[in-house]
Write a protein that binds this ligand. Sequence first.
Ligand code: Z5A
Length: 215
Amino acid sequence: MPFQGVYAECGLFVCLEGGEGAGKSTQARLLARRLEAEGHEVLLTREPGDTLVGARVRELLLDPATGAMADRTEALLYAADKAEHVERVVLPALERGAVVVTDRYVDSTLAYQGAGRTLDRDELAWVARWATGDLRPHLTVLLDLDPVRGMGRFEGRDRIESEGADFHLRVRQEFLRLAAADPQRYLVVDATAAPDAVGEQVWSRVAALLPERAR
Ligand code: Z5A
């Protein structure tokens, strides 16, 4: 069954995507602060792990102690986290008219489990769409950064960060491919710029969506 994409009728759903160290959490916080200062109700959230079930799934997925896991198991665990996240956190906030800012969403699955693990793109998209009821962000901000540079921004490696350079290059290319396929729903930002400069670009695009979506 093909999915068409569901866009919430109230609230505004914004997603930040990108590789490791691209600055997603930094930008999500900056955006949330600015939205709150403008008087909007904001829900700042992330995948995986922002529900009780999701927190346990996150531990399984990212703890190096988990060791090897079949690629399909990994994909299904991320999908389970998404199902819980959308139903319990994202949708209720959108229904209240809030602005939901999520640090990662479905594109991360297409990039990491699809391009990274080389699972079939269409099958994976189907699973992720099914898990989320095909709820799509009004805007996805892709913070684009060379993975070598991103990795250099922090210490310590989880299960996925420990993958090789080729894996992370494929992930970057898939994010860029997804953004290029739907420019109206994406903003691609060069994440080598200073955080405030990146934040300004994000803000000008999000602000343009606010009057129609979440006032
Ligand atoms: N994953 C998946 O495979 N499939 C899925 O469906 C989903 C996720 C949803 C989650 O990891 C992992 O799960 C992730 C993808 C996978 N794995 N990998 N690899 P996570 O939640 O632990 O972390 P992350 O999402 O990868 O984010 P991160 O690596 O922690 O980085 P970030 O949020 O993009 O960056 P940050 O924390 O804002 O900044 C990192 C550092 O850079 C920090 O010191 C900042 O001060 C600095 N920074 C930030 N912005 C800048 C700029 N502009 N210039 C210079 N320095 C900066």
